[in-house]
Every structure is written in C-alpha cells, then in structure tokens.
Design a protein around this ligand. Structure first.
Ligand code: CA
Length: 498
C-alpha cells in the first residue's frame, strides 16, 4: 500500500518536471532518516527546448511498466504475508491458552488412562501366563501320579488274584496232621507267607486302595521331643527290641501335589556345618527328583523357610534316601546304582551298583512308588532293603559299607516285599509295616540279622492320613520319621531293655 501511495506523487512530480522542462530522469536515494528522496536538474536558458511529446509518452509508459512490476511484487509480498499471518495465528492457537486447552487436557487424561489400562492388561496377561505354566506343571505331576497309581492298581489286582488262587489251593488240601511250625522259626515257608498275605488285612488294604479318599484332617503339633534340648536328651546308644509305637504327630504339611509323598529326616550323626537341629526334606513326586531342602531348625522347617536347596546331579528314585554323617545316600533313578552325595561340599563322591537289586517297579512295597530299594540307618550303620529275581520278591537285606557302598553281608528273609507297606531297621533288626493306608495298621514282622530268624508281631501302627509313603527310624532320636499323605509325621517308640 505504501508503495502505491508513493508512486502517485512521483507520477505528478514527473509530469510537473516535464512541464517545467526538466529533462534528466529523477535520481532516487534514501536520506539519513530512511526516507526516499528524488532529485533532478533544470537546464539553463541556452539549452532550453520543449520536450518532445513522444518522449513524454515513453516516460509515462516506462513509469507505468515499473509501477506494474512493483504492483506484482507487492501482491506477492502481500500473499506471503497473509500466509505467514495465518501460520502465526495457527501457532498461537496451538501454544497459547485457548478454548482448545480443556479439550487438550481431556485428551492427555485419556492417553494416561489408556496407558494405565495397557499396563494392567500386560500384568494380567503375565499372571495368566504364570498360572498356565503352573497348571501345566501340576498336570504333568498328576499324570505321573495317575500312571503310578494305575501301575500299583494293576500290581495289586495281580497280587489279589494270586492270593485268591493260593487260598483256593490251600482250602483244597487236607489239614496237616502235625502241629504248625512256630512263626518265629528261622525262615517263613512260602506257604506261611502266602497265608498271611491272603488274610482279611491284605484284602482290606486293596479295598482301601481303591476307595481311599484323601483326608482333610490336619493338625500341627510341636512335640517337645524334636526341640533341641529334648532331642539331645533322647539321644541314647541303647539297643533293644521294638515294643510300642506311639501316635503320629504332624510337624508339617506339604503345600502342593509335589509333596503327596516324600522323605524327611534328621541326620542321626550330623557333622559340621550341620547340627542335630538341621532338618532335611525331599519331595518325591515327579520323574526328576533332585531338590533336597535344608532347614536350620524345626521352626524354619515348620514355617517353610529352607536355608538352602541342594540340587543333586543325579535324579533320586522314590522315598528310600537317607542322610548320615553329612552325606545323602540315594538310589539313582531307573537304576540299581546307589549314590553318595556330600552335602557340604555339594559333590557326588561315590556311585556303586547294588548287585542284582530290582528297581523301578520290579519289587516295590505295596504302595508302589518305585520303592524297590529302601535305605535305612540304625544303631549299627547303613542298610539296603530290596529284592532280587533270585529271591523272587522276598525281602533281601544288605549291610553296606558307608565309605565304599560295598555290600558287607546279605540276608534273605521270607517276607514278600510287595506284601508290606514299608520297613525300617532298629538295632540290626528289620521291622515291616502291614499297610500304608489302613488307619490301624501293625508292625507285623521282625527279622533279626543276628539270629537270621523272623517273628510275627502285632504292634499297632497308625496311618493317620492313610497314605504312608516313607517310614524310617532315627537311631539317635529313637523316633520313627514318616511321610503320610502330605504330612511329615513322627512316632515315638519304646524298645525293650537288653
Ligand atoms: Ca523305609
């Protein structure tokens, strides 16, 4: 606009200059204040002459042309200016507080809410994934348990059929004319064993196996005898024959299916860094049992706070493991190899085959569970309780050298291994338990290795939770440790004075 205002006076001035005889074109320049100034010269009288009208028209056309050029430039500048103003206006609206600000705030809130929802969904997805993994793990464990139970059921059906056949044969035979040999004779005859196995107790055990409903009874008691001073008071070196077994007391209940059966114990002769307070636990459900839980004391054990979880390099088979003088002795999975593991140094120090021993379901106890090789500790040392093809399923007992795992001596009993629920050693005598599921079972046989003689017993033994998978004696505490259907229990015992 300012340019057009300047051009009009310029045109007038030019026409005036023509009228006045100004011949030279204007000279344009800026003064000190930045204003545009025009200068021209006037010819002297001698040089005076009228301008040619054609020259005037040319000057006017040149001026018009120049004016048009300026006009175009001005329009271009104006357009660019409008464009810039629009841009600035848009920028102002986007940056300055305006009516759009509340909407922007709402938008930001919505974004935050979406972010939170997304985080919650991610967390929920993570929890679902973990739950799925746990469920899959439990499914595998339950399937293994199912397989094992099916196997045990088949074995029991076969046993029952065999016993019924033997019973039928016995009934067909005439009564013996001579007095029956006393039970405590050196070796039970196969027929006598069969007669015992075919009695109502064996049948009830099978019936129980098929109808067993896991008990919900559960209690936590803290027998003072497991606490430090009392346990030391209970430490004796006396030996004798088993006379009585007390009621089981629960010290802990396993929290999941992996603890339906297992092993727990105290080392009868612990060595540093372990003490008489240290408690050991192995959950024995599953096909890859390697974890051995170590607890500093009973309190930690009851609370479920292990001080360490050992992972042994070879998988452990079943519930026959023992801990003695700082070493874990166990049967390597799916083999007759016995392994010795140093708990403090965490290394496998020895592996040795137990000659001819059946394994992995060949000669288990009546509850199955691959309990083919059961290790035991008593006042005299380390024992292996098992069977062989040669012994046709009767219990074979071997005393082992704890240093070399060599068999020092072997005894063959007349007790069918699959007819008893479990066994343990006290003072060189093997004791067997009649049932793992009957609440009122009995310690039914004793085999004395010093005399090589068996005798029948009727010492009450309670399976309070009706699924006793491990029974072992601690010669220092003079107690029986057992694992009965998720429950880690202990029994007091009384021995005769010898
Ligand atoms: Ca045992």
């Amino acid at each position: 606009m300012a340019l057009s205002q300047l051009l009009l006076p310029l045109l007038v001035l030019c026409l005036a200059s023509i009228a006045l005889g100004i011949t030279n074109p204007f000279r344009r320049s800026n003064d000190q204040n930045g204003r545009c100034t025009y200068t021209f010269t006037v010819p002297s009288q001698s040089e005076e002459s009228c301008p040619d009208p054609g020259q005037t028209m040319s000057a006017m056309q040149a001026l018009k042309k120049e004016h048009g050029t300026y006009r175009l430039e001005l329009d271009s500048v104006q357009s660019r200016l409008n464009l810039l103003e629009n841009l600035i206006s848009q920028l102002d609206r986007s940056h300055a507080p305006s009516a759009a600000a509340p909407a922007l705030g709402e938008l930001q809130k919505e974004v935050e809410t979406l972010k939170r929802d997304r985080a919650q969904q991610q967390r929920a997805a993570h929890i679902l994934e973990e739950t799925l993994v746990n469920l899959q793990r439990e499914k595998v464990t339950l399937e293994e348990e199912k397989d094992r139970l099916q196997q045990a059921n088949i074995a029991l059906v076969q046993t029952l059929e065999s016993r019924q056949q033997e019973l039928a044969e016995l009934r067909q035979k005439p009564c013996p004319q001579v007095a029956r040999a006393p039970v405590q004779d050196a070796r039970l005859e196969p027929r006598q064993v069969s007669r015992w196995e075919a009695d109502s107790g064996a049948y009830q055990e099978l019936k129980s196996e098929r109808t067993e409903i896991p008990t919900t009874r559960h209690f936590q008691e803290i027998p003072s005898s497991l606490n430090g001073s009392s346990s030391r008071e209970a430490t004796t070196t006396g030996c004798g024959e088993l006379r009585w077994v007390g009621d089981p007391l629960t010290f802990r209940r396993a929290e999941n299916i992996a603890g339906k059966y297992g092993v727990w114990m105290r080392d009868p002769e612990p060595v540093s860094p372990y003490t008489h307070e240290t408690i050991w636990r192995i959950n024995a459900v599953g096909s890859d049992i390697r974890q051995v839980f170590e607890y500093d004391n009973l309190d930690d054990f009851r609370k479920g706070y292990p001080s360490k979880v050992h992972v042994v390099p070879q998988a452990i088979e079943s519930t026959g493991a023992v801990i003695f003088k700082g070493f874990l002795y166990f049967q390597k999975r799916k083999s007759r190899i016995l392994a010795k593991y140093n708990l403090s140094l965490e290394n496998l120090t020895l592996q040795k085959e137990l000659p001819n021993a059946g394994y992995h379901g060949q000669f288990p106890y009546s509850w199955g569970g691959y309990t083919d090789i059961d290790l035991a500790i008593d006042e005299t040392g380390l024992w292996a309780i098992y069977s062989t093809n040669e012994a046709r399923g009767l219990i074979v007992l071997s005393r082992l050298d704890t240093e070399t795992l060599e068999v020092q001596q072997t005894w063959e009993t007349a007790i069918r291994k699959q007819a008893v629920a479990n066994s343990f050693m006290i003072c060189g005598t093997l004791y067997t338990v009649s049932s793992y599921s009957l609440p009122d079972a009995v310690v039914n046989f004793a085999y004395d290795t010093t005399t090589g003689k068996s005798r029948e017993l009727h010492i009450p033994f309670k399976n309070r939770f009706r699924y006793n998978s491990m029974i072992d004696y601690n010669p220092t505490l003079k107690k029986i440790f057992a694992w009965d259907n998720f429950n880690m229990v202990m029994y007091d015992v009384q021995l005769s004075k010898m």
